[in-house]
Write a protein that binds this ligand. Structure first.
Ligand code: MG
Length: 265
């Protein structure tokens, strides 16, 4: 951004911040825009952009947007398969799917790269005898490798980078927005897949933004690599891959799962 633009924008902190953001987006167009902002005779039509026209997306209340891939709407597990091969063995009832402990995790039959993902989850109401990582544990693995933790973190201390909405053993959530066990909760996730060179080197790490029950808990967090129980995260090259839900021995339920595929950055 040119010095003249910064001087023009510097008289007020809010205007300056707006100008800086606009500069990132619009580059050289900004100078003209700032000049027009101080010209009461400027033609307002000169700053109107009529194209590209955003595609229309219907957003019915309580349902997936019209351009989403519906992964679970309560009617069955056709979009999922067992990590052990074959159909997904989890229980479906009352609009929800529930982990059948010991049967293993399930994954989407379809691969995904960059996505917006909506998923609702509920940990079991009966918590007697279960604490820490043993209370309502599951997980949402983006591209089968990177776990956004699902856990009953309502009055249930554990290591902070392993509680609900953590990137498991990598990133502590900004706040704990957990509801009590037995209540439905929601994650809204923006996932940017890692980029690898043709030679397999890491060009750009994965990034994730997460809202937990509508509250920001991961803010464009950089993923350090695979989320490991033991040892450090690392990257190995891979392509688009399924969304995986973990069987960690708890009868965690899921419902209303949909993904919107995002354009490559
Ligand atoms: Mg887990």
């Amino acid at each position: 951004m040119g010095d003249a633009v910064m001087r023009a924008a510097s008289f007020h902190p809010c205007r300056r911040a707006t100008a800086v953001r606009a500069g990132v987006l619009a580059g050289g167009v900004l100078a003209a825009a700032v000049a027009l902002a101080h010209d009461p005779s400027a033609d307002p039509e000169k700053t109107e952009a009529w194209t590209p026209v955003p595609p229309v997306v219907a957003t019915p209340v309580g349902a997936a947007p019209s351009d989403a891939v519906v992964l679970f709407d309560g009617s069955g597990l056709a979009a999922w398969e067992s990590e052990r091969g074959g159909d997904a063995p989890w229980k479906v009832a009352d609009g929800a799917m529930t982990v059948v402990p010991g049967t293993g995790g399930i994954r989407t039959r379809r691969d995904f790269c960059d996505i917006q993902l909506h998923i609702e989850w509920r940990t079991p109401a009966g918590t007697r005898g279960f604490d820490g990582q043993d209370r309502g544990n599951s997980g949402i693995f983006l591209q089968e490798r990177y776990e956004l933790q699902v856990l009953d973190s309502y009055d249930n201390p554990t290591y902070a980078n392993g509680q609900a909405a953590s990137i498991y053993k990598q990133a502590i959530p900004l706040v704990n927005a957990s509801r009590p066990p037995g209540e439905w909760q929601a994650y809204d996730i923006i996932w940017k897949a890692p980029r690898f060179s043709d030679g397999g080197g890491l060009l750009a790490p994965a990034r994730i933004t997460v809202l937990h029950n509508g509250v920001l808990v991961q803010d464009d967090t950089v993923i350090a690599g695979t989320t490991e129980y033991r040892g450090a995260p690392s990257y190995a090259p891979h392509g688009c891959a399924p969304i995986y839900l973990q069987d960690h021995g708890s009868e965690v339920s899921f419902r209303n799962i949909w993904a919107r595929e995002l354009q490559a950055r």
